[in-house]
Design a protein. Structure first.
Length: 95
């Protein structure tokens, strides 16, 4: 009886996992972060906001690694953080 109950619980859990939606890679967010990095670099961030530019680059690399590892929520978060850091670097460069 216990074995049958355990098998039923296991089957239910597996069915639930199989039905979970698969998240897609945050390709647009990664592209946006890359564009923001390029804009910051053109604005002179390597000279005037090197810390922010370095952080943005690290976050973008983290986003790409998270995609490769299948962690799409984390990848999206890193890509958004990278974009924001790059935009900050650009603003500091232009100030």
């Amino acid at each position: 009886m216990k074995r049958t109950l355990s098998l039923c619980v296991l089957a239910t859990l597996l069915a639930g996992c199989a039905a979970a939606p698969k998240l897609s890679a945050p390709n647009q967010q990664i592209l946006d972060a890359g564009s923001a990095l390029a804009n910051a670099d053109q604005a002179g961030a390597t000279t005037h906001a090197s810390t922010e530019l370095r952080i943005a680059t690290q976050k973008l690399e983290g986003a790409r690694k998270a995609v490769a590892d299948g962690h799409m929520v984390l990848a999206r978060r890193y890509a958004e953080q990278a974009r924001l850091e790059a935009e900050l670097a650009q603003l500091r460069s232009e100030a």
